[in-house]
Each structure stands twice: as structure tokens, then as C-alpha cells.
Design a protein around this ligand. Structure first.
Ligand SMILES: [Zn+2]
Length: 302
């Protein structure tokens, strides 16, 4: 129980926070990212279920347990710092009510996650589906936000490039090609002249090393692919095993690489490591059959 004075104080704090600084700065199909006034941290709220907060809370609890137990141990310490916290529903109500119609619990299960790019002190330079880059004003710090997707594939055609073609996205580079040949970075950075030679050299050295984050994901995806039922062989939800869910998580992560020019040092973090609902299998199967019947993109060397 909360006494009157404390309860009132808490509510005032909540409305004050909302007026001053709380705002949504990112949204995907299943989550929103909230800037709540602390430049170092963000709140990540699940909004996958638009009807009930309790459904989203139950999923968030399951998700954080999954991340800790099944995902974090695989990532060699690269998982972005995050913690589960309880936030009074009144503090987020004005934001949340536009995403979830019935706020049926008193607390919101929130994942507090480290803010890897301060968007108020950086400028977005490159912005496409698989890569975003941000620079500080003095160009001494560069942040790359990369989506490696299916960095390993076992079909004849390149899964990422074929999927880009299916979606009508023209991509002049391919992360599978980067793994084979780090000088492919030139294609990734394209005509953009803002990347210094020092930065490019550090990136090439990183992708030449055997323990770079894409190689790590490649090895994990390869091992799991070899030990799971292929998507085209799924017949019902009962065929969707934990290994496949983990594989689908690892095919949908985001990697952040931060380069600090003064130290010429790279720092790498992995985010977006969420548990996929099993019912998504029909969507995966549909995408697979679309890829199979569409225009395929092949690479000469694999
Ligand atoms: Zn490709």
C-alpha cells in the first residue's frame, strides 16, 4: 500500500516528467523506445499486443529471461547493457495509451537499455535499410548501426540480397560479401567521403579479425541452421522448436559499432535480441516461398 502523500507526490513526479522530456524516439512492430530524460539510458516497452498491458508485461518477463538464459551466453559479452524495471503505469500512461488500449496493470515491465547513440549530439549521415551511421560534430566519433540479418545462409542464392530485391530495395553491398572480403567496406561506405582513412583502416582490421561480430553471428547461425527444421519443412506450430526461435532471433539482431578517433578504438554492442512468438512461423514460411518463386541474387563466391 502507498500512503496518500507518497502517492500524490509520485503522480506529480510522473506528470512533470511527461511534460518536460518523455517522448517516443523509436518504434518497431513490437516495441517502442522512450527517451525519459536521461541521455545515457532509454526505456524499451513492448507494445506487440495492442489490447492489454498485462499481455505485454507477461511477454517482457518471458523475454528478459530468454535473453539472459539463451542469448546472452552466446554473445561473448557483446550484449548491450539492459535491465528489467517496474515503472508506475501513471508515469508512462500518456504515451502508452496510444499503443495499448487497456492499461490493466499498475506497473509497466520496462527494459531499461543503454543509449548507444546520443541523437542530440550526433548527425545521421548514411541512412538505409541495413546501415545507419552517425557522426559527432568534430568527426572524432562515428557510430554504425548495422542489420546483418541472414549473414549465414544454406540456399544457393544470397538470402539477404534476394530479400532486398523482393522488397524493391537496391543494395550496392552485402554483409555476406564483407565476411569473405573486408575490402568490401568500400562498397558499403559508397560515395560518402566523410569516413576518414583512419576509421576505414580500423574497420578493415576489425573485419579481418576472426572474432568480429559478424563472424560470431555467422558461426552461431550456421550451427543452429544445421540443427533445426528448415522453414520450408514446417507444417504446424508444433514444428517450431526453441532452436529455430533462437536462430530467428539471431537473424534479426542489430549491431552497433562505435569508433573513437582519439583512441582509434572500436566498441561493439548487440541489441534487438528478442524472443519471437511461435505464431510468426506462417509469416516466415510465406516469405520463404516468395523468395523461392521470385528473382534470385547469386554471388560468384560463397
Ligand atoms: Zn548478398
Amino acid at each position: 500500500m502507498v500512503d496518500d502523500a507518497t502517492g500524490q507526490g509520485h503522480q506529480q513526479y510522473g506528470s512533470l516528467q511527461n511534460k518536460i522530456s518523455m517522448r517516443v524516439i523509436g518504434r518497431g512492430g513490437a516495441n517502442i523506445l522512450i527517451d525519459y530524460g536521461d541521455p545515457s539510458w532509454l526505456w524499451r516497452c513492448c507494445v506487440r499486443w495492442p489490447d492489454l498491458l498485462s499481455s505485454n508485461n507477461a511477454y517482457t518477463l518471458k523475454n528478459i529471461q530468454y535473453i539472459r538464459k539463451d542469448v546472452e551466453p552466446l554473445l561473448n559479452g557483446l550484449l548491450c547493457p539492459m535491465d528489467l524495471i517496474d515503472v508506475d503505469v501513471d508515469i508512462i500512461r500518456p504515451i502508452l495509451i496510444t499503443f495499448i488500449s487497456n492499461l490493466d496493470e499498475k506497473v509497466v515491465k520496462v527494459i531499461k537499455i543503454k543509449n548507444l547513440v546520443n541523437k542530440s549530439t550526433t548527425t545521421l549521415i548514411q541512412n538505409d535499410h541495413l546501415l545507419k551511421s552517425y557522426f559527432t560534430q568534430d568527426f572524432q566519433t562515428i557510430f554504425l548501426e548495422l542489420k546483418p540479418k541472414w549473414v549465414y545462409y544454406d540456399m544457393e542464392y544470397c538470402r539477404n540480397c534476394t530479400h532486398n530485391a523482393l522488397k524493391g530495395r537496391e543494395a550496392k553491398y552485402c554483409y555476406n560479401q564483407l565476411l569473405l572480403n573486408p575490402s568490401h567496406l568500400e562498397a558499403i561506405f559508397g560515395d560518402c567521403k566523410m569516413y576518414s582513412d583512419k576509421f576505414k583502416a580500423a574497420m578493415i582490421e576489425y573485419f579481418n579479425s576472426d572474432n568480429n561480430v559478424f563472424k560470431m553471428l555467422y558461426d552461431l547461425q550456421k550451427k543452429l541452421t544445421e540443427n533445426t527444421t528448415a522453414i520450408e519443412n514446417l507444417e504446424s506450430i508444433d514444428d517450431v522448436k526453441d532452436e529455430l526461435l533462437l536462430l530467428m532471433t539471431l537473424r534479426d539482431v542489430t549491431c552497433f559499432i562505435e569508433w573513437t578517433g582519439t583512441r582509434n578504438a572500436l566498441s561493439v554492442n548487440v541489441i534487438d535480441v528478442d524472443l519471437k512468438p511461435k505464431k510468426k512461423w506462417t509469416h516466415w514460411a510465406k516469405t520463404h516461398s516468395q523468395l523461392e518463386s521470385g528473382k534470385k541474387v547469386f554471388h560468384a563466391s560463397k
